[in-house]
Design a protein around this ligand. Structure first.
Ligand code: ZN
Ligand code: ZN
Length: 588
């Protein structure tokens, strides 16, 4: 065996030597882009046929009347679609694709493999009953403004037909579900019934349909509601003596991490990095809190426990915040200030022709988040991008006070950096410059969140609101992201108990009890998603530091940012690969 092996190595080296001297051909790679562009178009058309609900949510309304019944046949179709397209992808030489198409290629491939894995290995359609819920899709039809209410209501009507069959299939699929997902499914399905009752009635009152048509719609809606209630009842009574654990387990977790995050790091590595970061943050926070103690708490007894000391200083500093009725105007006022700072420090080009519209959070989103970005979907190119700000007007005094302490003078600025400039909003403007439907649909969450988290640190490093208080608050904010990763990984792969989780969040990450309880609930019904922020951030930050080290004085931060964002919402590992290969080319 050994001899044969050695012999073959020799052969290879001779062959390559000979090649160098005479027969070197510059291998020309065929331009695959026109062909690939055509393929992508066809791919998306077919994707929407398999996933009409997904299509509607992305603003593609051709299949709005179709509700897919989630049975064996539907899953077989999904798998066949994945297989056929994975085959089609093989006919393209990735080297013959431009950067935009290269990353699109990898993202399509990942999506298809993830589908296969989800159906064949993860099988959440068996153990997660909360996957079955129709109300969100129907609510979107009523809330949408892409077509007249008449048209939307008729689509709503036709789409309702399959609801009973949908829940019958769900009951057949469910085997040995987790208690947590069962509970969630009951709550969410019952909570969604109002869409088919009050919301639908409100809409029907606004149109001039004939009596007969109205009655047909109402009768179908009644059947839909009955099917939903029956499903919830069935779940409540389901005999489930040995429920599956909601913890994903090490192997499935590692794989899901690979598909969802698409990081250059494994889940284990990211976890280790998060642990190290937590330690580093605690040290830095203690240093600052200790320094700030006399300024804020001179008369109090200084605690010996470092974490307790940090917490007391944070609580004191949090008292500096805007008034409830000034929340939105404070955010609006900060936008031009952020832009001015970025210009002064030459951090990244901000396109002045695309201003961000700050608005009061629309009613249908109320309560979802204090502040969020709404971007137009991939099929709505001329839509505005909004910065939605929740109104505290109707909140009682205590709730508003606690919220404003959380989003105090310092954190509010970090939030604006994250959500708007140069975070999510700026990233969005750049990604729209290299339009890719694939990236708009499969956009990599870890890259998108990672960028926003990265900019928080970057702004402070460049002197934004440079004070000990700001840094301390930033570290607290960053600790949340860091501990989300530790929590997610520990709960799903290391059997972390609820008690230990709450201890981590309240004592080590300085969160309120209610926030920590909410996080526990979230980690018991989701997997991996909580890691996306820290994973993306770490990968971007590490990459920047690597480039900085290599380039030394020549490193240009502005160029790095603009180049990095020019690839769109692709996974960081591919952006890194492309950026490195381009610098290698240009330095030749
Ligand atoms: Zn206050
Ligand atoms: Zn974000």
């Amino acid at each position: 065996m050994k001899k044969v092996f050695l012999a073959s190595i020799v052969c290879i080296s001779i062959a390559s030597c000979g090649g160098d001297s005479k027969t070197t051909k510059t291998k020309t790679v065929a331009d695959m882009n026109p062909q690939f562009d055509k393929y992508k178009e066809q791919f998306i058309e077919n994707l929407w046929k398999i996933y009409p609900g997904w299509a509607s949510s992305q603003g593609y309304h051709k299949y709005d009347t179709i509700l897919v019944v989630p049975n064996d046949e539907a899953r077989a179709k999904e798998v066949a679609f994945a297989k056929a397209n994975l085959d089609s992808l093989k006919s393209f030489d990735v080297n013959g694709l431009n950067n935009n198409n290269k990353t699109d290629y990898y993202m399509i491939e990942n999506q298809l493999k993830s589908t296969e894995w989800g159906i064949n290995e993860q099988k959440s359609f068996e153990w997660n009953p909360s996957e079955y819920n129709v109300s969100g899709a129907f609510a979107e039809i009523l809330a949408g403004n892409y077509d007249s209410l008449d048209v939307r209501l008729r689509n709503f009507y036709l789409k309702m037909y399959n609801i009973p069959a949908y829940y019958e299939a769900a009951k057949k699929n469910i085997k040995n579900p987790t208690v947590e997902h069962t509970q969630l499914a009951i709550e969410q399905n019952l909570g969604g019934i109002s869409v088919f009752e009050t919301d639908l009635q409100d809409a029907l009152n606004k149109v001039k349909f004939g009596e007969h048509e109205k009655q047909s719609i109402e009768a179908t809606a009644k059947q839909a509601v009955a099917a939903i209630k029956d499903f919830a009842d069935w779940l409540k009574k389901l005999e489930n003596k040995t429920p599956k654990s909601f913890r994903l387990g090490k192997d499935l977790y590692a794989k899901k991490f690979e598909f969802d995050i698409q990081s250059g790091y494994s889940a284990d590595v990211v976890y280790e990095k998060a642990l190290a970061r937590k330690k580093e943050l605690h040290e830095k926070m203690f240093e600052l809190a200790d320094k700030l103690w006399d300024k804020y708490l001179k008369k109090a007894v200084k605690p010996t426990d470092k974490l307790v000391l940090i917490k007391q200083v944070i609580d004191k500093i949090s008292e500096k915040h805007v008034k409830p009725n000034e929340f939105q105007s404070a955010i609006e006022k900060q936008m031009p200030e952020l832009i001015e700072f970025i210009k002064q420090k030459d951090l990244i080009y901000i396109d002045p022709s695309k201003p961000l519209v700050v608005r009061k959070e629309p009613d249908y989103m109320a309560g979802v988040a204090g502040a969020s970005i709404s971007a137009p979907g991939p099929y709505d190119k001329n839509g505005n991008t909004y910065y939605n700000v929740g109104s505290l007007a109707i909140w009682d005094k205590d709730r508003a006070e606690s919220y404003l302490r959380e989003y105090n003078h310092y954190i509010l600025q970090i939030l604006n950096i994250h959500e708007a400039i140069p975070g999510h909003y700026t990233q969005l403007v750049y990604s729209n410059q290299s339009p890719s439907l694939i990236k708009a649909i499969f956009g990599n969450g870890a890259m998108i969140e990672g960028w926003a988290v990265y900019t928080e640190r970057m702004m402070l490093e460049n002197g934004y609101e440079n004070s000990d208080e700001m840094w301390l608050m930033y570290y607290k904010w960053n600790l949340r992201t860091t501990c989300n990763t530790i929590l997610d990984y520990s709960v799903h792969t290391k059997d972390m108990s609820k008690e230990a989780a709450l201890n981590l969040l309240t004592n080590e990450a300085f969160q309120q009890k209610a926030e920590a309880e909410g996080k526990w609930r979230r980690v018991s019904v989701t997997q991996v998603q909580l890691c996306s922020y820290f994973s993306g951030y770490t990968e971007i930050y590490d990459f920047r530091e690597e480039l900085k080290k290599e380039a030394g004085d020549k490193f240009n931060l502005k160029q790095f940012h603009e180049k990095f964002l020019s690839y769109g919402s692709a996974p960081v590992k591919y952006i890194k690969e492309l950026m490195l290969s381009e610098t290698a080319k240009s330095s030749k």
